[in-house]
Ligand binder design. Structure first.
Ligand code: BEZ
Length: 392
């Protein structure tokens, strides 16, 4: 063999070896992983967005600051929980910044716009809160995943709880948008199955907090109990106004757990004793959750809440997916396959993903005691969203 031919063969072998090597193997040269965080940093859900980012960053820090061997570069957009700006906002991340993965958001209406852009562009999307049923229902897609819940899940679990408690006549109150509507729908489905009746469905536009007229209507209707969905700043005000109107003593208030999660400091005594359903509680007492809580407090000097857990798990899911493809985000089918068979070791308790990519998880019954959402028990074991309309 001639020297030239030997050189040609050696060069070909080197090129082939380089192609076979994963990104992770060249730690110096692997391009940074571009993560687009689209979250609310202002408005009624600002604290939720911050907690999600904190949880996400904590998991990456615990993993040595990398995902599948790639350093992470963050691109951030404040979505203001405003659906009318959502498509432009998500396109800033997808088109302008060319992110590898989208992580967001909190508000269901904004998340549906993100899901549409993700589906059309093929960008990997992990939803770390918004429960919009459609995201893992009619809009489901191989590249869309959720680390949180569907709006149906905590609502359905509470419908079962309240029916079992013997309540018959319930009024619901919420914001008029996808999350509120779907939470009430899930609640109603189980509550009516259990023999109860929803006698009035009250609502006000998101993110209004002028509750007085609706509280007067509740007092006049005299139901056995009230079911509610509010979150963030709106939840703080609603719980205080409910107690302030003197209703707490006569008409028990229940809710999807967002009504008291991350809000207890601000709600004070007004929240004491409330029963809620959610996929997290403050006193799970497992080794996994204790370690997470300790690390979170150490990093941020704040107590974690469900939003922090969902952010942390979004990062865990990203790592599971990308480790399976050695950091190559273009391998969507392999990422999906890895996540599909994964058990995610969450502080909430291990969970798996449904075929539609929504967590199949225990929904806990909690009660507010002091400044904690204390675990009462499991309201609904391994609850899977029905994924209505998902064709995948
Ligand atoms: C939502 O819009 O889906 C949502 C917002 C806050 C807490 C829970 C759900």
């Amino acid at each position: 063999m001639t020297t030239t031919r030997r050189h040609q063969l050696a060069a070909t072998a080197l090129a082939l070896a380089a192609m076979a090597l994963p990104f992770a193997a060249h730690t110096q040269t692997a391009p940074k992983l571009k993560v687009g965080l689209m979250l609310p940093y202002t408005g009624t859900f600002a604290a939720l967005g911050n907690a999600i980012e904190n949880g996400f960053r904590l998991q990456i820090a615990e993993a040595g600051g990398k995902v599948a061997g790639r350093e992470v570069e963050f691109f951030k957009v404040d979505d203001e929980s405003d659906p009318s700006k959502a498509t432009d906002n998500v396109n800033k991340l997808v088109k302008r910044d060319a992110v590898d993965v989208l992580v967001g958001t909190v508000h269901s209406g904004v998340a549906m716009a993100m899901a549409k852009v993700a589906k059309d562009s093929g960008t990997l999307l992990i939803v770390p809160n918004a429960g919009a049923d459609a995201v893992t229902g009619a809009m489901c897609a191989p590249n869309i995943f959720r680390s949180s819940f569907s709006n149906w899940q905590p609502g359905y679990a509470m419908g079962e709880v309240m029916a079992k408690k013997g309540h018959k006549k319930v009024v619901t109150i919420t914001w008029k948008y996808a999350a509120g509507d779907e939470s009430v729908k899930g609640f109603k489905e189980a509550f009516e199955k259990g023999g109860g009746a929803v006698v009035k469905e009250l609502s006000l536009p998101f993110p209004n907090v002028e509750f007085q007229a609706l509280l007067t209507e509740i007092a006049a209707t005299k139901p056995d109990a009230v079911y509610t969905f509010f979150a963030g700043g709106g939840a703080v005000k609603f719980v205080k106004d409910y107690a302030g109107a003197g209703l707490k003593k006569s008409i028990p208030l229940y809710g999807a757990g967002f009504i008291t999660d991350g809000t207890l400091e601000a709600q004070g005594d007004a929240a004491d004793g409330l029963f809620t359903t959610l996929h997290y509680a403050d006193s799970l007492g497992t080794a996994r959750d204790n370690a997470f809580r300790l690390a979170y407090v150490k990093a941020y000097k704040l107590q974690p809440d469900v939003y922090a857990v969902q952010g942390y798990d979004a990062a865990q899911m990203l790592a599971i997916g990308l480790n399976a493809v050695k950091g190559d985000v273009s391998k969507k089918a392999e990422i999906a396959a890895a996540l599909q068979k994964a058990k995610i070791d969450s502080p909430r308790g291990a969970f798996s993903l449904s075929k539609a990519h929504n967590p199949v998880q225990d929904i806990y019954l909690r009660q507010v005691v002091g400044k904690e959402n204390k675990l009462v028990g499991v309201a609904s074991k391994s609850l899977a969203d029905p994924a209505r309309g998902c064709k995948m």
